[in-house]
Design a binder for this molecule. Sequence first.
Ligand code: SAH
Length: 223
Amino acid sequence: MRPLSDRDALIAEIEIETAETAPLTGRRKLSARLLAALRKVPREAFIPEADIAHAYVNTPLPIGHGQTISQPFVVAIMTELLDLEPDHSVLEIGTGSGYQAAILAELARQVWSVEVVPDLAETARAALAKAGYGNVEIRCGDGALGWPEHAPYDAIIVTAATPLLPPALLAQLKPGGRLIAPVGAAYQTQTLTLVEKSALSAIAQRAIMGVAFVPLVSGCERA
Ligand code: SAH
């Protein structure tokens, strides 16, 4: 039998963690489409040279500017909970490395991603282009304001901790859409929160599990 590659081993670990956290998430298994995306997207293409050896370890890694690429299990479960369809338009807040955006790009029609640090936006743009993702657009700005020009979105994913759900993001979510965000204070455990907007635009939210994200900061740094 062929030995497990690092990537297969990581995916097996993610599947076990998914099953273990099912009482919290309501998802015992990841969708076949998401598993295929996790198998396909090269995580090593989105992390600095120095950490390439750890690309397939189930852990966050530094990407510079005090920021991190999220833990692969967290990327997987947040994506799973969005129930993406091939025709969906998705907004991501916090592009970071671009890895989460690449996973979204495999599952949806178009990804719009907002990053506050110009350098990270530039590096992610280059990494996504090199990996062949033509359906991701990145803008430098304050993600708490969303990206009104392309709204409404079928799904919104916030990948930095926010004390409150930004009202602009709720407004830019389509009726029937889903938003996932780590809600809570910075530098402590936040509550991964799933928001569903009904066909009549009523907002319902559900606490999923504890997570630890870097904070959502305001303003756009000058390059
Ligand atoms: N999704 C990323 C991980 C993001 S880490 C990945 O796959 O690698 C959180 C990111 O949010 C950081 O890059 C940080 O610079 C960015 N960020 C923080 N505050 C922000 C804001 N107000 N608007 C947009 N991005 C923000």
